[in-house]
Design a protein around this ligand. Sequence first.
Ligand SMILES: [Mn+2]
Length: 354
Amino acid sequence: MRIGINFYPDFIELPLGVLKEGILNEKNLKFAKQIGADSIVAWVPLPVNNGFWAYEDLLGLRAFVEKSGLKLEAIENLPPLHYDRIIFGLEGSDRQIENIKKTIRNMGKAGIHCLGYSFSILGYWGHYSRGEGGGGRGGSGVMKFDYDKVKNSDFLSYGELWGGWRTSYYDKDRQLGEVKKEQLWERLIYFLENILPVAEESGVRMCIHPADPPAPILRGVENIMNTAEDFKRLIELFPGSCHGLEFCQGTFSEMQDVGQNVIELIHYFGSRKKIFYVHFRNVKGTFPKYEEVFIDEGDVSMVEAMKAYREEGFDGVLIPDHVPVVNTVSEPWHTGMAYSIGYMKAVMQALNIT
Ligand SMILES: [Mn+2]
């Protein structure tokens, strides 16, 4: 097993897809190397461009990461503007499907063999209390979610895919109204039926992240991939070896009917070889109310989780995903990240995992 980092943009204000000047820069790659990471999972690493990513840019990305002695393990998420029409079910979906095929072919050619994606309209929305004001252990900054605080919020607008995060839409103020679970299933199936054959011939494995927060409905939008049952259904629909799970252990353990039983899910999906890579993080509580705490103080035994991955012969990458911020120092996010990585390395050494 390998340990990696996904430099995600929660800790710094930057435009989407900025490479060297942004979060995936030389300094951060060096940081990853120094604390003992093996790999990078590149979170939306390139700009929207013409609706797809070019071969040269992807190759350049891989070379840039490898120059620091790290492996570019996967790309995590396409920019929302690469698939908004597909997920909203709007005219123009076909064009976006063709563009995503181009991206995937280019990824395969550039030697980047895994794409993590999300099929949540809402994106990461409704959390509070990160950073400022703390709320975590010793006043550290932890992310919290409480359904009671957000369940009566207004309908979503078209401009708010992924919370409208640094994107712009021509229809950004128009309300989406109600979106039903079965509609999203239809769109996801349409997406995969078209994309997976190309992924397979390109040697690119695709894996899906759970809806985070795993709420059944928020702002008029019913979620899919917010329950373990949805994932079981999806792998039955698409059993091929090039589609699997971006196993966010944190989000799975937030699910109301999962919690500490997440260990059983590691066995369920791991034994079927459907865990492509792991978001190795811990939480206190489950939906409707939970906190993304430090890795050592959550409800789940991370040692037992690590043992479960080993028992299933998992040999991919684990990344800490979200980490609490240690707000007493000048690099709060990096300190939180280093803490998680150190913990993971210790557990792996104690279990003789290489
Ligand atoms: Mn995650």
